[in-house]
Design a binder for this molecule. Sequence first.
Ligand code: FES
Length: 140
Amino acid sequence: MAKYPKFLIEHFQNPKNLGEIPDADGVGTVGNATCGDIMQMFIKVNGEKITEASFKTFGCGAAIATSSILTERIKGATLDEALKISEETSMEVLSQLPKEKIPCFTLAKDALRLAIDEYRCKLEGFHEKGGFDSEEFEKD
Ligand code: FES
């Protein structure tokens, strides 16, 4: 059986920021093609700063622990800082996870990137699904 570092076990046993943010500014949803699990990341943003972050997943313990860590670290960060934190956390966590669990962390990282992309698209007048917001287009 794989050995996990203590901080990962603590986040798995007592996950932080679990659940949905109903009025989230950005939501990212990704699936793990290997196991079929799903991850959703929610962010609330004020200007460029992430004020709240949470997640929901049908994933394993590694996915829960790494999402808990990531959502804790990005609160209060700007969107660009959050992407950097996500990369730094990858380097830290991935070196301590068994190889077969690497896609589990990647879920959280990819879901965060999509949540940020969705927020930025909304700001720029693009529709949530990636199309152009026709109402905004007609106003111009
Ligand atoms: Fe599915 Fe980890 S095994 S997310």
